[in-house]
Design a binder for this molecule. Sequence first.
Ligand code: 13P
Ligand code: SF4
Length: 311
Amino acid sequence: MKLVEEIHRLKVERNAVILAHNYQIPAIQDLADFVGDSLGLSLQAQATEAETIVFCGVHFMAETAAVLCPDKTVLIPDLEAGCSLASTITVDQLRTWKEEHPGAVVVVYVNCSADVKAEADYCCTSANALRIVESIAADREILFAPDMFLGEYIRENTERTIHVWMGECHVHAAIRPADVKSQLAQHPDAELLIHPECGCVSNVMWQLSKGDLPSDRTRITSTSGMVESIESSPAREFLVATETGILHQMRKRHPDRTFLPIKADAECMYMKMITLEKLARTLREGIYEVRVPEETAARARRALERMVAIH
Ligand code: 13P
Ligand code: SF4
């Protein structure tokens, strides 16, 4: 409790805002000024009047805030909080891929480095990926990186020519069709909430198209999209396919309903690196600042501004 009080005091002294992703540990989510998905956090970063943004999430999220808010100080409590998906593509790999498809429009998922974003035309999140791709002229060839499951989801739901990079997040890729099947067998009336990064998503779409899954009880959406959809759902029980940190927001907002993970060990070790102790040290000592060189930031900003404009 003393640590939480210290964090609140230091936050005021530093004129800071604390932004936390939905996968953060409950103690961090509970003291944050805003908890949300990648898109919501980017919008909050842009909107804040605080001088300092303390980002309780992973590195690419703090980098995104630094690019979108060049006049603010952006701090992350642990620089090692990376992302296995973001690591699946380097800027050199993206340049080579672009050379193989001259004239293609490049759309990158926000889970990538600022260097990679700087080579892209558009950036998107799981909340607006379909809308971003649909905003591109229908006759243009599209390169989508780095998540193959989200890429496949976009390809299935838009009539575009899309080449997809074969990257994956180790946490979501491990959520397989068999996990969905066995949980549904035990909870046949539950509503399904599926993140489009999941390894089960193509199979879920296929089953939906055959009528083997109920379309009125299956949602494929971002983490905050999941939380928001609960409000208007009549279901009492939900099966959730994403990182288990999201269950805290769901249970907190809807204590009268039941939320079960489709895979109980779907935990992102990077998201869990942020602790109360590290957050307090960040506010005390002003570490670690996340900066993006202006030359890279200026190019990444074009793609990111298109992302935040379509929400
Ligand atoms: P959301 O933007 O849906 O919260 O997803 C972020 C993420 O890292 C998924 O693993
Ligand atoms: Fe990256 Fe996966 Fe962790 Fe999300 S859950 S931050 S995609 S490693």
